[in-house]
Every structure is written in structure tokens, then in C-alpha cells.
Design a protein. Sequence first.
Length: 125
Amino acid sequence: MKKNKIMASQTLNDRINKYAEKLHYEKRGHSFVSGAEYYKYKKVAHSGDIEKKDFVKSLKIKLQKFGKIGDKFNKSSIGFCAETVSANRVLKKYPKNLPDIKVGIAVRPKTLQTAKKCKICKTLF
């Protein structure tokens, strides 16, 4: 049975694009930018902005199903995705169920193009 994916708000996606543009013009080498939200509370982050020792328990358990945090899974580092980092920050403020969190688009700052989500994020969000 496929999950019903709830789209993130346009406001969140606009913030993601704005942050990606900032990193693009600063020529900072982050692979992706994304964000997460719970109602009006929104957080945007870049990939690699790891909070390895500070994951919310519910998210950490889901991530560890793919392997050890920091290890590679299908070319992605577990826990390093921008979606995961931003969702973790939202969950710290509002400890809700993971399905209650909406995740926005993923943007490559280098090209400013929207990118597909990795298999981990497709599964979690």
C-alpha cells in the first residue's frame, strides 16, 4: 500500500530555493538543500549538516533500518540528507510522528535545479 504524500507549502519551497541561491552565489559546496515543516514551523538545511549525536529517537530508529548513521546506503550517506537534517530540527521543536512532517523540494545549489530525493528520503517522507 502506497503512502499518501502530502505536499509541502509553497512558502517552504520558496525558502529552500532562496537558501540554495545564497549557497550558489557564495560558491559553497553543499550537494542539496531541502526543508521540512510542521504546520507553520519550517526549517531549511543543507546536506552534510549532520546532527549525528542529536537525532530525535523516532527518526534515528527509522534511519538505522538502512544501516549505521554516516554509512553509505545506495550512494547516500545515512542521516546526511538535507531532508533528514531539516526534519530532525522540526521534530526537536514539535516531537510529532514522522508522517506528520512535510518535506519540501530538494535543490542542488551548484545548478539551482530541483533534484530527485534519495531512496532513504523517499521511504521516510
